[in-house]
Design a protein around this ligand. Structure first.
Ligand SMILES: [Zn+2]
Length: 94
């Protein structure tokens, strides 16, 4: 079980949250100018990182606000939680 530290509400059980996919995916400025391949790349292709991964979460059973999280996908440890629009924190070496 994961305890997530919502930046607005504090620590809560994972069951109160929903995963929102990889963070920092930028929508193309002019989608109509993209090739089908480039558009498909934007829509569907995501990294499948083992280790530190930056992802979006929403506190759906709480404040209903979105935020970002740096989580290690190998051991499920939450490294950092940060607000939407913020730069990801530097990776902590152990
Ligand atoms: Zn919250």
């Amino acid at each position: 079980m994961l305890i997530i530290d919502c930046p607005y509400c504090g620590k809560r059980d994972e069951a109160e949250f929903h995963y929102g996919g990889e963070a920092h995916i930028v929508r193309p400025e002019n989608p109509s100018e993209l090739s089908d391949e480039a558009w498909a790349e934007y829509l569907f292709m995501r990294s499948n990182t083992k280790g530190r991964f930056l992802e979006r979460w929403v506190h759906s059973e709480g404040c209903r606000r979105w935020f970002n999280m740096a989580r290690n996908t190998a051991n499920n440890e939450v490294e950092a939680v940060y607000l939407m629009g913020e730069t990801p924190p530097k990776e902590v070496s152990k």
